[in-house]
Design a protein around this ligand. Structure first.
Ligand SMILES: NC(=O)c1ccc[n+]([C@@H]2O[C@H](COP(=O)([O-])OP(=O)(O)OC[C@H]3O[C@@H](n4cnc5c(N)ncnc54)[C@H](OP(=O)(O)O)[C@@H]3O)[C@@H](O)[C@H]2O)c1
Length: 263
């Protein structure tokens, strides 16, 4: 299926690992020019090198912390200088925080608020004029099923994810007259850098990665019986971002192996 991405220009925040990196790869393979960012320069270089060998100047890696307003402004200049415009913004950068209410102090709440909201607000504000000039302007927010199905062991991530979901809806309505679409994906458990870090911190050191993943899928009662692959989440992002989804805005697509309990 041709998603109409040839010649389109995209930015994927948090593009140096996991779902973001898989999204970058799919967009490039579909003929888009793609900028990606992350905070760690070595990780960004390692992720970009094989893609640069295949796609050359279609790829633009930029070191940027999306919580940093000046860094996001500098990224906007780099992207617009190189591409001349932007059609697609994927707000993906971030990670979850594992903590119960008892374990979460004020600073942790503020940090998580800053990450969850400003990772969407800053890039969106910086690139909105460019998206408004595009004939295919589109924003996809990578969100979590926690937005609708909270879990007490991730109390502040879940509460803020719900707020981001609400924000996505407001933005979709405000930006619709300019034909800039805003959608979200709601993730369950996708086997990315986050889960690799939790595997490395596991209590049972004898457990292999496959055993650990199988136990996790079973503990979490995932109906499809496994974690998702980054490419499976990325496919949903790319579809919603693409001109093929031109009549979809304000929507959320679950990518969770069926784990949600709401209808
Ligand atoms: N995997 C899941 O099961 C799952 C479930 C629900 C939601 N999510 C969400 O999906 C998104 C992608 O995560 P992932 O699972 O693919 O994890 P990942 O493999 O750890 O990738 C996270 C990416 O975000 C970047 N990043 C983190 N903080 C950043 C910041 N402040 N500024 C710029 N880049 C930043 C990381 O690079 P640096 O560290 O170098 O900055 C990395 O490239 C995240 O928002 C995550 O919370 C994932």
């Amino acid at each position: 299926m041709d998603l109409g991405l040839a010649g389109k220009q995209a930015l994927v925040t948090g593009g140096s690992s996991g779902i973001g990196l898989a999204t970058v790869r799919l967009l490039l393979e579909d003929g888009a020019q793609v900028a990606l960012c992350g905070r760690d320069a070595d990780r960004l270089d390692a992720a970009a090198a094989p893609l640069q060998a295949r796609f050359g100047e279609a790829l633009l890696p930029i070191v940027c912390d999306v919580r940093d307003e000046a860094a996001v402004a500098a990224m906007r200049e780099r992207v617009l200088d190189a591409f001349g415009g932007l059609d697609i913004l994927v707000n993906n950068a971030g990670q979850g925080r594992v903590s119960t209410f008892a374990d979460t102090d004020d600073e942790a709440w503020r940090d998580e608020f800053d990450l969850k909201f400003f990772s969407v607000i800053r890039p969106t504000r910086a690139f909105l004029p460019a998206l408004q000039e595009s004939d295919a302007g589109s924003i996809v927010v990578v969100n979590s099923l926690l937005a609708r199905q909270p879990e007490p062991h991730m109390v502040c991530t879940a509460a803020l994810r719900a707020g981001v979901q609400n924000l996505v809806k407001s933005l979709s309505i405000e930006f619709a007259p300019d034909r800039v679409r805003v959608n979200a994906i709601l993730l369950g458990l996708v086997d990315s850098g986050q889960w690799q870090r939790r595997f490395e911190a596991r209590a049972d050191r004898a457990q292999t990665r496959d055993e650990w993943r199988a136990a996790l899928a079973s503990d979490k009662n995932i109906p499809l019986g496994r974690l998702g692959a980054p490419e499976e989440a990325a496919s949903a992002v790319v579809y919603l971002a693409s001109p093929t989804a031109a009549y979809i805005t304000g929507a959320s697509l679950e990518v969770s192996g069926g784990i949600s309990r709401f209808a």
